[in-house]
Design a protein around this ligand. Structure first.
Ligand code: ADP
Length: 415
């Protein structure tokens, strides 16, 4: 009897003790933390140890997943392209900052907003309504202004169950380059077509009409002028493309200031002579070399730029006017090449555009005097390649002054 009571008592004690352990393990499990197991003894110790290990493993996986997700989001944020994730109803689930900038969105505030309500560009509305996302769409950014236009290209990519990934990129520079290229091709075609039409007209006349020798000579002379015009145009185009496609000139080549000015004077006087009908009434032309030293760079380019300025002054200044050309050192060690004329001058609104290819203030005057509209574009490129500045000062009716200012490292003065 006494033994039975002992067994019952010890069983009760063991039961109470075991229940206590069970309650501690349960409480610990409810907290859901993988910190040290509350019990180390017996079956409960084994259970809590295993559960603790499982929890720790789950926490590690969770932490890894969060870290990977953060890396992934950081990579999407760093993308130069806009990224927007849309749910099956077209609501914004996530957008990176680039997309927010592109479309004027707030990457946090606009979450869960319908994209179709936020982007109201008519082209986008039509694209969104048609649900044909097989092609890109170009729209103007809401941040675009007249002085700073921004063009965006966007495309929707379906994924998951009805979800959409919208990618966008800024194509302003690309569209601008495309427009420039189109204009350039149109301009070149136009410039070549005119002399070609004249030439083929003369050829037909010579072939079909019985002409006197003096008439033939006169037609041939006019044909030669047109052929020369095309030659000059092609040569200027080649010069421009060489300037654009080659490395900036180094400092090994040089031309002496005196030699440059002498060559320019010789060429300038020839041009003056060739274009004057009455040799007695012509423009006065003076050259002054005030720099003793050398200009360092591509000598043919430097000569071509300087010669373009002299030739423009001679071509645009009417007889009776005067043209002064000088080259002198400037205090910072650089040099200034200037051409000043008393020609018609240029009004202020044209000045910033003069170095654009084929930009002319007076088309017929330029063509009549053999201009291609490329001279100042060539000058600008040569200046850029030599680190020099082209400055233009002009007033209508008072004349113009074009100057190329070379930096000190392009000038070697005689000691
Ligand atoms: P072009 O071959 O037509 O002379 P340029 O590029 O050399 O082409 O010059 C662009 C335009 O700038 C000219 O068509 C002309 O209208 C204007 N221009 C250039 N130099 C002068 C000048 N010295 N005086 C007046 N206008 C000038």
């Amino acid at each position: 009897m006494g033994a039975l009571a002992g067994v019952i008592a010890s069983s009760s004690i063991w039961f109470c003790f075991d229940s206590l352990l069970g309650v501690r393990v349960l409480r610990w499990l409810r907290r859901g933390k993988a910190d040290g197991p509350p019990v180390e003894l017996g079956v409960w110790g084994e259970i809590s140890d295993r559960v603790s290990r499982l929890l720790r493993q789950r926490e590690r996986v969770g932490t890894d997943s969060v870290a990977r997700l953060n890396d992934f989001v950081a990579a999407l944020q760093a993308s130069p392209n806009g990224v927007v994730l849309l749910d099956a109803h077209g609501r914004i689930e996530w957008a990176n900052q680039t997309a927010a900038n592109h479309f004027g969105l707030d990457a946090r505030r606009d979450l869960q907003q319908y994209l179709g309500n936020l982007l109201r560009d008519p082209a986008f509305v039509a694209y969104w309504a048609a649900r044909d996302f097989s092609h890109e769409l170009t729209v103007s950014s809401p941040a675009s202004t007249n002085s700073h236009p921004i063009q965006l290209s966007l495309q929707m990519h379906p994924y998951g169950e009805g979800r959409l990934l919208m990618l966008s990129r800024d194509v302003t520079a690309f569209k601008w380059a495309e427009a420039i290229r189109r204009d350039f091709v149109a301009n070149v075609s136009h410039e070549i077509r005119t002399p070609l039409t004249v030439l083929s007209g003369f050829v037909e006349t010579l072939q079909t009409l019985p002409l006197k020798q003096c008439e033939r000579d006169s037609y041939l002379a006019m044909m030669s002028v047109q052929a020369r015009r095309m030659q000059v145009l092609v040569s200027d185009l080649l010069t421009l493309s060489n300037l654009e496609g080659s490395l900036p000139p180094d400092f090994a080549e040089h031309i002496s200031a005196a030699e440059l000015m002498a060559q320019l004077e010789q060429e300038g006087r020839q041009l003056l002579h060739s274009q004057s009908d009455v040799p007695e009434i012509t423009q006065s032309l003076s050259f002054e070399c005030l720099l003793q030293g050398q200009l360092l760079g591509a000598t043919s380019e430097i000569f071509s730029a300087a010669s373009n300025l002299v030739s423009n002054a001679i071509r645009y200044t009417p007889a009776g006017g005067s043209i002064k050309v000088w080259l002198r050192g400037v205090p910072d060690g650089g040099a200034e090449f200037s051409v000043e004329d008393t020609g018609p001058g240029i009004s202020a609104e044209h000045i910033p555009r003069l170095t654009e290819r084929f930009y002319r203030v007076d088309r017929s005057r330029s063509r009549d005097s053999g201009g291609t509209g490329l001279g100042l574009a060539i000058v600008k490129h040569v200046c850029q390649r030599h680190g020099a500045e082209l400055s233009i000062a002009s007033k209508t009716g008072e004349g113009s002054r074009f100057a190329i200012v070379f930096p000190a490292d392009r000038v070697l003065r005689n000691s």
